[in-house]
Design a protein around this ligand. Structure first.
Ligand SMILES: C[S@@+](CC[C@H](N)C(=O)[O-])C[C@H]1O[C@@H](n2cnc3c(N)ncnc32)[C@H](O)[C@@H]1O
Length: 234
């Protein structure tokens, strides 16, 4: 398989019926540049080489959300903006809320949104479990990539999802074990697994996106504080 490039990204989206405008292409280019620039000052990501950014950050981020019917997305632990900022570039009308406890990453995200002229992105310097205490069940979709193991992640994310909405956990090859380990937590928190989608990067690495659907409200006891969640996952 040949190298994945910016052109591959554009072609893969076109194959899905999505044609990027000049503005959107420029936004992705500026994003890749800012990522590399800021990464010299603060630790944002190990991936800054342009082709890799287009495949492992941009394409990987948008893949689970293509043609998804949603108005508001919450991204738990977005770090340098993944997956939510590429999804926002693709769907400019989307309302995005980012929950991220590292202040430096929030500063990067605010600067990024200003440079890309993105409106309707709320970058909140807060942990998911703290935000969920007051903002329950208000998002169509909650996403998290590379944040925590599924039994823990479910408790951070599912209380934020509207009944009928989705939680999308973006995982690597260990997803199957995590899905098994999280079964009880997901049930207690009021959700059911809908599907899992597996894909491969050009270097053969496996990505597994796990989709959950919220069936009923989550008991107000959850999420607990992080110490309890981590020490005694549901
Ligand atoms: C490995 S990084 C992944 C960043 C990004 N999602 C990505 O895929 O590139 C994990 C991020 O989760 C954030 N995080 C960890 N615990 C969190 C919590 N309880 N609530 C919200 N964010 C959290 C960290 O600050 C960090 O930025």
């Amino acid at each position: 398989m040949g190298a994945f490039t910016k052109e591959t990204f554009v072609q893969k989206l076109e194959a899905q019926g999505i044609v990027l405008s000049t503005k959107q292409l420029q936004q992705f280019e500026t994003y890749a540049k800012l990522l590399a620039q800021w990464n010299e000052k603060i630790n944002l990501t190990a991936i800054v080489e342009e082709n890799e950014v287009y495949e492992k950050h941009f394409y990987d981020s948008v893949l689970p959300f293509l043609h998804m019917d949603m108005q508001c997305l919450c991204d738990v632990g977005a770090g340098a903006g993944f997956p939510s900022i590429p999804v926002k570039i693709l769907y400019p009308q989307l309302e995005v809320t980012i929950l991220e406890p590292l202040a430096k990453r929030i500063r990067f995200l605010e600067e990024l949104c200003a440079q890309l002229s993105l409106t309707g992105v709320h970058c909140l310097h807060v942990r998911a479990e703290d935000h969920a205490k007051e903002h329950r069940e208000c998002f169509d979709v909650v996403s998290a990539r590379a944040v925590a193991a599924l039994p823990v992640l479910s408790e951070l994310c599912l209380p934020l999802v509207k009944v009928g909405g989705r939680f999308i956990a973006m995982k690597g090859p260990g997803a199957n074990e995590e899905i098994e380990a999280a079964k009880h937590a997901v049930k207690v928190l009021g959700a059911e697994m809908e599907k899992r989608e597996e894909s491969r990067l050009s270097d053969g690495a496996v990505r597994i996106n796990v989709f959950y659907r919220k069936q009923r409200p989550t008991d107000r006891r959850y999420p607990r504080n992080f110490g309890q969640i981590k020490k005694h996952p549901l």
